[in-house]
Design a binder for this molecule. Sequence first.
Ligand SMILES: [Zn+2]
Length: 205
Amino acid sequence: MLAALPIAHAAAGYLVLRTACRGSTCRASLGDDQPAAAWRLIALFMLIGNLPDFDFLIGFVAGRPGLVHRGVSHTIGAAVAFGVFAGGVARSRWRAPFLPAALAFAAAYGSHLLLDWLTVDSRPPEGGQFLWPFSDAYYIAPIRIFGEIHVDGVTRTGFLGSVLAWPTVVALGREAALTVGAVLLWKVVAVGRGHRRETGAEDVH
Ligand SMILES: [Zn+2]
Protein backbone atom coordinates (compact mmCIF):
# COMPACT_ATOMS: atom_id res chain seq x y z
CA MET A 1 0.00 0.00 0.00
CA LEU A 2 1.25 3.42 -0.93
CA ALA A 3 1.59 6.01 1.75
CA ALA A 4 1.98 9.65 2.46
CA LEU A 5 4.71 12.12 1.64
CA PRO A 6 3.97 14.40 4.59
CA ILE A 7 6.83 16.88 4.14
CA ALA A 8 6.12 17.55 0.46
CA HIS A 9 2.38 17.74 1.12
CA ALA A 10 2.94 20.27 3.91
CA ALA A 11 5.21 22.36 1.67
CA ALA A 12 2.62 22.28 -1.12
CA GLY A 13 -0.06 23.51 1.30
CA TYR A 14 2.26 26.33 2.37
CA LEU A 15 3.01 27.34 -1.23
CA VAL A 16 -0.73 27.43 -2.03
CA LEU A 17 -1.24 29.76 0.94
CA ARG A 18 1.58 32.08 -0.14
CA THR A 19 0.22 32.18 -3.68
CA ALA A 20 -3.44 32.63 -2.70
CA CYS A 21 -2.88 35.14 0.10
CA ARG A 22 -3.13 38.38 -1.88
CA GLY A 23 -5.87 40.40 -0.17
CA SER A 24 -4.76 43.04 2.36
CA THR A 25 -6.38 41.25 5.35
CA CYS A 26 -4.73 37.98 4.39
CA ARG A 27 -1.38 39.68 3.82
CA ALA A 28 -1.61 41.42 7.19
CA SER A 29 -2.29 38.12 8.97
CA LEU A 30 0.85 36.70 7.36
CA GLY A 31 2.88 39.78 8.23
CA ASP A 32 5.51 40.13 10.94
CA ASP A 33 3.18 42.12 13.20
CA GLN A 34 1.02 39.06 13.98
CA PRO A 35 3.45 36.11 14.09
CA ALA A 36 1.06 33.87 16.04
CA ALA A 37 -1.77 34.38 13.53
CA ALA A 38 0.65 33.81 10.66
CA TRP A 39 1.89 30.56 12.12
CA ARG A 40 -1.65 29.37 12.77
CA LEU A 41 -2.58 30.01 9.15
CA ILE A 42 0.62 28.36 7.86
CA ALA A 43 0.10 25.33 10.12
CA LEU A 44 -3.52 25.08 8.95
CA PHE A 45 -2.55 25.00 5.27
CA MET A 46 0.28 22.53 5.92
CA LEU A 47 -2.27 20.31 7.64
CA ILE A 48 -4.76 20.66 4.77
CA GLY A 49 -2.02 19.57 2.35
CA ASN A 50 -1.92 16.30 4.29
CA LEU A 51 -5.64 16.03 5.02
CA PRO A 52 -6.55 13.38 2.41
CA ASP A 53 -4.13 10.92 4.06
CA PHE A 54 -6.06 11.16 7.30
CA ASP A 55 -8.17 8.44 5.67
CA PHE A 56 -5.56 6.11 7.26
CA LEU A 57 -6.96 7.21 10.62
CA ILE A 58 -10.48 6.08 9.73
CA GLY A 59 -9.13 2.67 8.69
CA PHE A 60 -6.91 2.50 11.78
CA VAL A 61 -9.91 3.01 14.05
CA ALA A 62 -11.80 0.36 12.08
CA GLY A 63 -8.88 -2.08 12.59
CA ARG A 64 -7.57 -2.07 8.98
CA PRO A 65 -5.53 1.09 8.30
CA GLY A 66 -5.67 0.82 4.50
CA LEU A 67 -9.41 0.22 4.38
CA VAL A 68 -10.40 3.48 2.70
CA HIS A 69 -6.95 4.89 1.79
CA ARG A 70 -6.87 6.66 -1.58
CA GLY A 71 -10.61 6.31 -1.91
CA VAL A 72 -13.01 9.21 -2.11
CA SER A 73 -10.65 11.36 0.00
CA HIS A 74 -8.24 11.46 -2.96
CA THR A 75 -10.61 12.92 -5.57
CA ILE A 76 -11.31 16.27 -7.15
CA GLY A 77 -14.87 15.88 -5.82
CA ALA A 78 -13.57 15.81 -2.24
CA ALA A 79 -11.33 18.83 -2.93
CA VAL A 80 -14.30 20.87 -4.17
CA ALA A 81 -16.54 19.75 -1.28
CA PHE A 82 -13.81 20.62 1.22
CA GLY A 83 -13.23 24.03 -0.41
CA VAL A 84 -16.93 24.91 -0.22
CA PHE A 85 -17.17 23.75 3.42
CA ALA A 86 -13.95 25.47 4.58
CA GLY A 87 -14.78 28.63 2.58
CA GLY A 88 -18.13 28.76 4.41
CA VAL A 89 -16.41 28.37 7.79
CA ALA A 90 -13.85 31.08 6.90
CA ARG A 91 -16.64 33.46 5.90
CA SER A 92 -18.69 32.96 9.05
CA ARG A 93 -15.77 32.86 11.51
CA TRP A 94 -13.22 35.28 10.03
CA ARG A 95 -15.45 37.23 7.62
CA ALA A 96 -13.19 36.17 4.75
CA PRO A 97 -14.66 36.58 1.25
CA PHE A 98 -16.17 33.20 0.38
CA LEU A 99 -14.93 32.57 -3.16
CA PRO A 100 -11.20 33.35 -2.72
CA ALA A 101 -11.16 31.44 0.58
CA ALA A 102 -12.98 28.42 -0.91
CA LEU A 103 -10.60 28.41 -3.89
CA ALA A 104 -7.54 28.58 -1.62
CA PHE A 105 -8.78 25.73 0.60
CA ALA A 106 -9.74 23.59 -2.42
CA ALA A 107 -6.33 24.26 -4.00
CA ALA A 108 -4.48 23.31 -0.80
CA TYR A 109 -6.48 20.07 -0.62
CA GLY A 110 -6.07 19.51 -4.38
CA SER A 111 -2.28 19.97 -4.10
CA HIS A 112 -2.27 16.63 -2.29
CA LEU A 113 -3.79 14.90 -5.32
CA LEU A 114 -1.25 16.55 -7.63
CA LEU A 115 1.67 15.30 -5.54
CA ASP A 116 0.20 11.80 -5.23
CA TRP A 117 -0.21 11.82 -9.02
CA LEU A 118 3.56 12.51 -9.21
CA THR A 119 4.40 9.68 -6.78
CA VAL A 120 5.75 6.26 -7.73
CA ASP A 121 3.16 3.51 -7.24
CA SER A 122 4.50 0.07 -8.04
CA ARG A 123 1.37 -1.85 -7.07
CA PRO A 124 -1.53 -1.95 -9.52
CA PRO A 125 -3.79 -0.21 -10.14
CA GLU A 126 -1.18 2.56 -10.35
CA GLY A 127 -2.08 6.07 -9.24
CA GLY A 128 -5.52 7.10 -8.08
CA GLN A 129 -9.02 7.96 -9.28
CA PHE A 130 -8.18 11.61 -8.83
CA LEU A 131 -10.76 12.94 -11.32
CA TRP A 132 -13.76 11.22 -9.72
CA PRO A 133 -16.73 11.91 -10.12
CA PHE A 134 -15.84 12.97 -13.67
CA SER A 135 -13.90 9.78 -14.39
CA ASP A 136 -13.39 6.41 -12.68
CA ALA A 137 -10.01 5.91 -14.39
CA TYR A 138 -6.75 5.67 -12.43
CA TYR A 139 -4.23 8.38 -13.22
CA ILE A 140 -0.48 8.61 -12.60
CA ALA A 141 2.09 11.03 -14.02
CA PRO A 142 4.32 9.77 -16.85
CA ILE A 143 7.31 11.00 -14.81
CA ARG A 144 7.15 10.37 -11.05
CA ILE A 145 9.38 12.51 -8.88
CA PHE A 146 8.46 11.24 -5.41
CA GLY A 147 9.44 7.82 -4.10
CA GLU A 148 6.79 5.59 -2.59
CA ILE A 149 6.58 4.40 0.97
CA HIS A 150 5.13 0.95 1.44
CA VAL A 151 2.75 0.82 4.33
CA ASP A 152 1.10 -2.27 5.70
CA GLY A 153 -2.55 -1.37 5.43
CA VAL A 154 -3.83 -4.70 6.76
CA THR A 155 -3.08 -4.61 10.49
CA ARG A 156 -2.49 -1.88 13.05
CA THR A 157 0.87 -3.26 14.25
CA GLY A 158 2.01 -3.84 10.66
CA PHE A 159 1.00 -0.27 9.84
CA LEU A 160 3.01 1.24 12.70
CA GLY A 161 6.00 -1.03 11.94
CA SER A 162 6.09 -0.05 8.27
CA VAL A 163 5.71 3.67 9.00
CA LEU A 164 8.75 3.53 11.32
CA ALA A 165 10.86 1.30 9.00
CA TRP A 166 14.20 2.27 7.41
CA PRO A 167 12.95 2.54 3.76
CA THR A 168 10.39 5.06 5.00
CA VAL A 169 13.18 7.17 6.51
CA VAL A 170 15.11 7.05 3.20
CA ALA A 171 12.01 8.05 1.20
CA LEU A 172 11.32 10.89 3.64
CA GLY A 173 14.92 12.11 3.30
CA ARG A 174 14.62 12.20 -0.48
CA GLU A 175 11.31 14.00 -0.17
CA ALA A 176 12.75 16.54 2.28
CA ALA A 177 15.59 17.31 -0.16
CA LEU A 178 13.15 17.79 -3.07
CA THR A 179 10.92 19.97 -0.92
CA VAL A 180 13.75 22.22 0.27
CA GLY A 181 14.85 22.57 -3.37
CA ALA A 182 11.34 23.53 -4.49
CA VAL A 183 10.87 26.07 -1.68
CA LEU A 184 14.31 27.62 -2.38
CA LEU A 185 13.43 27.90 -6.08
CA TRP A 186 10.14 29.56 -5.16
CA LYS A 187 11.98 31.99 -2.87
CA VAL A 188 14.48 32.88 -5.62
CA VAL A 189 11.62 33.60 -8.05
CA ALA A 190 9.76 35.66 -5.41
CA VAL A 191 12.89 37.68 -4.54
CA GLY A 192 13.55 38.22 -8.27
CA ARG A 193 10.01 39.54 -8.72
CA GLY A 194 10.37 41.86 -5.72
CA HIS A 195 13.66 43.14 -7.10
CA ARG A 196 12.06 43.86 -10.48
CA ARG A 197 9.26 45.78 -8.74
CA GLU A 198 11.80 47.85 -6.81
CA THR A 199 13.75 48.62 -9.98
CA GLY A 200 10.48 49.65 -11.67
CA ALA A 201 9.76 52.04 -8.77
CA GLU A 202 13.17 53.69 -9.23
CA ASP A 203 12.42 54.28 -12.88
CA VAL A 204 9.35 56.28 -11.92
CA HIS A 205 11.39 58.57 -9.65
ZN1 LIG B 1 -2.33 10.65 -0.33
